[in-house]
Design a protein around this ligand. Structure first.
Ligand SMILES: Cc1cc2nc3c(=O)[nH]c(=O)nc-3n(C[C@H](O)[C@H](O)[C@H](O)COP(=O)(O)OP(=O)(O)OC[C@H]3O[C@@H](n4cnc5c(N)ncnc54)[C@H](O)[C@@H]3O)c2cc1C
Length: 384
């Protein structure tokens, strides 16, 4: 027999955004009936989420590692830099999932459903989720993080960039890392097309995640990322394959495109997370934006209001993103020069504040005046 169950809220997709929303609702004592659905709730550490914060970080209990010092290298500029006001944190997706599910199971008004979601539909007053088993679930609102927005007009995207990366979590047989210093960007100055760099998260002296990351329109063949990681291990850290073992691999593609804002999938169905366009286009960082939005959304629902759709960034930040996307899409050399000046002439607290969209005009001008102006003039000309 086909089920037809009714809820106040359905959260379709139990990844970062879906479970963050569920967490804030549960912790805020939301009284409505909630269904959280995912194809599987198995807690796999397939994603390592990092973010910076100058406040009490979210999900403090499952923070895997925190850093206050970073290494950056671009063209002829390489240096250690300290973070003062901000810290850089990482959370593993499996730890996060396990932690949130443990909390949800304490709340009788939260149901968990493991099933594949096939489709959604809605009318003026209700939204419906259809699963592979043929069951339908009805709710006042569905918050979905699994399907790309239906009305997304891809022809409006000017810079279809992707941040793509392959990472190896390795264990070395001898101490090889400084666990206090993460490498935010160690650029491969010869890489083309696009911008390529190594990102290194050292957890202990002998355990680290190393990711070869690229900003470009097309992903690489897997063997190309592997070759880059091996090369880095050998030439930067002096580690050949007899000095380490690979414990885990992590692959990701994060959209960095300047896509149109599409907050609704359909009437009463709101887009969340990556498919909801919550990634900051010029950086690929999404974690903090998801937290900010799901926290506000949960408060809204708890207070009995209509759900607040995701808001766009302020116009000035969208414009800055567009300029940077233009440079990243058009010239590797200009991109490297911009990163070089950005890192050389600013402290990391100011850079994080700017990328976190928390600056005033004076702070914006300080950052803007620190980078070479010709690439930006070209970008402005093309994006008037
Ligand atoms: C490997 C990786 C690392 C990242 N690292 C960072 C980082 O360091 N910092 C940062 O800010 N951002 C990072 N991101 C970007 C972003 O924060 C993550 O992608 C984040 O997981 C997005 O959350 P989400 O809820 O949109 O999607 P997800 O977390 O992917 O959640 C979607 C959920 O929907 C489920 N699902 C999908 N289809 C169906 C279906 N048909 N039926 C049922 N369930 C379904 C999936 O199983 C999944 O659990 C990373 C992305 C990747 C891929």
């Amino acid at each position: 027999m086909k089920i037809e169950a009714k809820y106040d809220v359905i959260i379709a997709g139990g990844g970062l955004s879906g479970l963050s929303l569920a967490w804030y609702l549960a912790k805020g004592n939301y009284k409505g009936e909630v269904l959280v659905t995912d194809s599987t709730f198995a807690p796999t550490n397939d994603k390592t989420w990092c973010f910076w914060s100058n406040k009490e970080p979210p999900f403090r209990d499952v923070i895997y590692k925190k850093w206050k010092k970073t290494w950056v290298s671009v063209l002829d500029y390489s240096t250690f830099r300290y973070l003062n006001e901000y810290s850089y944190y990482c959370i593993r997706s499996g730890d996060f999932r396990e932690y949130v599910l443990r909390e949800l199971k304490k709340h009788k008004n939260f149901d968990l459903l493991e099933d594949n979601i096939l489709d959604f539909s809605s009318n003026q007053s209700k939204a419906v989720m259809l699963t592979k088993g043929g069951d339908s679930y009805i709710a006042n609102y569905i918050f979905q993080s699994i399907m790309k927005p239906k009305d997304l007009d891809r022809s409006q995207i000017k810079y279809p960039l992707i941040q793509h990366f392959l990472g190896w979590e390795i264990k070395t047989y001898e101490p090889a890392f400084d666990p206090e210093t993460f490498t935010i960007m160690d650029f491969d100055n010869e890489f083309e097309p696009g911008v390529g760099f190594m990102y290194v998260l050292p957890y202990t002296q002998s355990k680290a995640l190393l990711e070869f990351t690229v900003f470009s329109e097309d992903v690489l063949k897997k063997k190309k990322y592997k070759k880059k990681i091996k090369h880095y291990l050998l030439h930067e850290l002096g580690l050949d394959k007899d000095h380490y073992e690979i414990r885990r691999k992590e692959y990701g593609e994060i959209p960095m495109e300047d896509r149109p804002h599409v907050p609704y999938y359909d009437k009463n169905i709101i887009n969340l997370g990556s498919v909801g366009g919550q990634t900051k286009p010029s950086t690929g960082y999404t974690f903090t934006r998801i937290q900010d939005y799901t926290q506000k959304l949960a408060q809204n629902l708890i207070q009995g209001f209509e759900p607040l759709p995701p808001q766009q960034s302020k116009l000035k930040y969208r414009y800055y993103d567009l300029l940077l996307l233009h440079i990243l899409s058009n010239s590797t050399n200009d991109s490297l020069r911009v990163f070089r000046s950005l890192f050389k002439k600013n402290n990391f607290d100011d850079i994080f504040r700017f990328l976190g969209e928390d600056t005033n005009l004076r702070q914006d001008l300080k950052i803007m005046s620190s980078v070479p102006y010709i690439p930006f003039f070209k970008a402005i000309w093309k994006n008037l």
